[in-house]
Design a protein around this ligand. Structure first.
Ligand code: AMP
Length: 195
């Protein structure tokens, strides 16, 4: 059966210092499964990534993992994904994840999560895609980043339009609902030719 939607989720390959992070990763995975969706993610079994994928599978979601060869051991590639794609490079991983998604969501994470989040955001800014992008601000984890980004607007290096491309929420369910609804109104195609 075709999934109702396909959501690409970026999150930490570590569990983080607060049990709330794993709890929301599980909530996101469960929500995707219960709403007939598909999870696209980095294919690892570590940290929040593993918790997210396990919860999604347990709730009946299709889970598409995309991992580079070089990370199969380091990130404990999740062999029980519905589809596990082992690709050659990080760039192929990120492109495939983005192409398979209707919308993106970043959970708390580290530099890998930040890099992926900023990349899909900048891709949207330059017109590579028009898909919605969410940021789950669990426990205020992203407050200082958001303040810094607003400072970027105040200092004239960014604009409000760029900030408006993001949907930020503190609770998973309403944010997920908003992203899925926005995805239904957004074009699905991507033009990766310019990157
Ligand atoms: P982290 O948030 O650092 O725990 O990493 C989360 C995910 O991002 C992991 O699957 C990493 O493999 C991935 N990652 C790390 N570095 C990069 C990078 N340069 N580009 C894309 N993803 C990355």
């Amino acid at each position: 059966m075709t999934p109702a939607f396909s959501l690409c989720v970026y999150c930490g390959s570590r569990p983080g210092a607060d049990a709330r992070y794993a709890q929301v990763a599980a909530e996101v995975g469960t929500w995707i499964g219960r709403h007939g969706g598909q999870l696209v993610y980095g294919g690892g079994n570590n940290g929040l990534m593993g918790v997210l994928a396990d919860a999604a599978l347990a709730a009946g979601a299709r889970v598409v993992g995309v991992i580079p060869h070089s990370m199969v051991v380091r990130e404990w590639a999740k062999r029980d994904c519905t589809e596990l794609h082992v690709v050659d490079t990080m760039h192929q991983r990120k492109s495939m994840m983005a192409e398979r998604a209707d919308a993106f969501l970043a959970l708390p994470g580290g530099i890998g999560t930040f890099e992926e989040f900023f990349e899909v955001w900048t891709w949207r800014h330059i017109g590579v895609h028009g898909k919605p992008i969410g940021l789950l601000d669990t426990g205020g984890y992203y407050q200082s980043l958001l303040a810094f980004l607003r400072q970027g607007v105040e200092h004239g290096f960014m604009n409000d339009g760029q900030m408006e491309m993001l949907t930020v929420g503190a609770e998973p369910a309403p944010l997920l609902q908003e992203l899925v609804e926005a995805a239904g109104r957004s074009p699905r195609k991507m033009d990766l030719s310019q990157i």
